[in-house]
Design a protein around this ligand. Structure first.
Ligand SMILES: Nc1nc2c(ncn2[C@@H]2O[C@H](COP(=O)(O)OP(=O)(O)O)[C@@H](O)[C@H]2O)c(=O)[nH]1
Ligand SMILES: [Mg+2]
Length: 218
């Protein structure tokens, strides 16, 4: 199911939709495929985010957490978590008739870091999910995308429905650049995930307009 164009949609998309609607069904172009990486630390809600919004049954690579992993990965904040992503999550969502997002969720743990380069190839941008109760776990993802020069948005997953510290404190603690948007969202809510993804598109467009292309661009 396609979403209504959002008020926060990047400028230009509404015009594209209008133009294609006059072309008739046969003249319609397929939606532009856009790759977005969903990243962040262990247990921040990456798999949940992809599953909330994907219009296909998401491809997940969840494996039971072993007793060895349980000793390494801190599950104290996500006690219900019994599995972990060992390769990637994959899902897709049609934003409107001109745009379809392909979502690639990364494994969160440092030991799977070698997969991030592959998953980021050809991506337009990234959503870096943060659990504000465990900011330390989230810093590597912020650092990774800053170094890669891939446009990204930092999205704080509101686990308890509230924000215990202000966004400016989180920005400071994670050393997030001023230009990088910092938003809050709920990984379990489809519309909340949609808005977070639209902010990634906005950011990518802004960066492209500023003439600074990501190094992993296709
Ligand atoms: N209460 C609450 N639980 C969440 C939220 N997002 C994810 N979870 C739970 O937190 C755990 C970790 O989420 P998961 O998506 O597997 O994290 P990942 O390791 O980043 O893929 C799971 O048990 C989810 O059901 C949220 O927004 N609120
Ligand atoms: Mg996962």
């Amino acid at each position: 199911m396609a979403f209504e164009p959002s008020p926060s949609a990047p400028p230009g998309r509404a015009a594209t939709s209008q133009a294609s609607s006059t072309e008739g069904v046969e003249g319609r172009r397929p939606p532009l495929p856009v790759k977005i990486v969903i990243a962040g630390g262990f247990g921040v809600g990456k798999t949940t985010t992809v599953a909330s919004i994907s219009e296909i049954r998401p491809l997940t690579t969840e494996a039971e957490m072993t007793s060895v992993a349980a000793g390494v990965d801190d599950t104290s904040y996500v006690p219900t978590k019994k599995t972990t992503t060992v390769a990637m999550d994959f899902g897709c969502v049609t934003i409107d008739e001109s745009l379809k997002l392909y979502l690639f969720g990364t494994p969160g743990q440092d030991r799977f870091g070698f997969m991030w380069d592959d998953l980021s190839q050809g991506a337009l941008g990234a959503l870096v999910i943060v659990d504000c109760r465990r900011l330390d776990d989230c810093y590597p993802a912020v650092d990774y995308f800053e170094k890669l020069r891939l446009p990204f948005v930092v999205a704080v997953n509101l686990f308890d429905g509230s924000l215990p510290v202000g966004l400016s404190t989180i920005r400071w603690a994670l050393a997030i650049e001023e230009a990088t948007p910092l938003v809050t969202f709920d990984a379990r809510e489809k519309l909340s995930v949609r808005d977070a993804l639209l902010s990634v598109l906005d950011r990518a467009l802004e960066r492209a307009r500023a003439g600074s292309q990501p190094s992993t661009g296709s």
